[in-house]
Design a protein around this ligand. Structure first.
Ligand SMILES: O=C(O)CCC(=O)C(=O)O
Ligand SMILES: [Fe+2]
Length: 193
């Protein structure tokens, strides 16, 4: 499969629904599901600390501030090395960090936000790999009315770059459908402090 451009004003987004093959994607899912030290992060929502409604694991070379909390990253698991290398090659990105999220069921979710921490720079390149259950991903314009939904399928790759974070919010809403677990990996470049 090849990546298609997603038409979104003031954004640069591409989507490849089958970036990883079915079997390769399941092997990665299994390895990460079992091996990552999944944690329930405390995040700030409108200034209030709450338990995130999903499990997460921060992997990388440098400490990272996310939703007002500084996370010490976990080391890279072996299973991620080939993915990191392929992304670096295909996207010319120096990905030194990954935020892994585990959505255990349809109730686990991620509210509208931007990946706009200063450490990511003004126009971050973010490569998002999805494994397991398909979940709907939503974009919402920061100003005006625009919205867009994308089904992030098993093995898909969503790439956000350029002005995307400046002009758009994104979210993974909960669903009432019965869905199995989903792992999402967002590869980023975090500038050292
Ligand atoms: O799970 C997803 O597809 C999105 C993850 C995300 O937006 C994030 O980790 O910042
Ligand atoms: Fe995000």
């Amino acid at each position: 499969m090849t990546a298609q451009a997603i038409q979104l004003a003031g954004a640069s987004v591409t989507f490849d629904p089958a970036w990883l093959g079915e079997n390769e994607a399941w092997a990665l899912f299994e390895a990460l599901y079992a091996a990552l030290p999944w944690e329930r992060h405390r995040i700030k929502v409108y200034g209030r600390a709450i338990d995130a409604p999903r499990l997460s694991c921060w992997i990388g070379d440098a400490a990272y501030k996310y939703s007002g909390t500084v996370f010490e990253p976990h080391p890279w698991p072996a299973a991620l090395a080939p993915v990191r290398e392929r992304l670096a090659r295909e996207l010319q990105g120096d990905f030194n960090s990954v935020l892994a999220n585990l959505y255990r069921n349809g109730a686990d979710r991620l509210g509208f936000h931007r990946d706009s921490e200063p450490e990511l720079g003004p126009e971050p390149l973010i490569a998002s790999v999805s494994l397991g259950a398909t979940r709907r991903f939503r974009f919402r314009a920061r100003q005006g009315e625009g919205t867009l939904g994308l089904e992030l399928s098993h093995g898909s790759l969503l790439v956000m770059s350029g002005a995307t974070q400046r002009n758009w919010l994104h979210a993974v809403p909960p669903t009432a459908r019965t869905v199995g677990p989903r792992i999402n990996l967002t590869f980023r470049h975090v500038a050292p402090r």
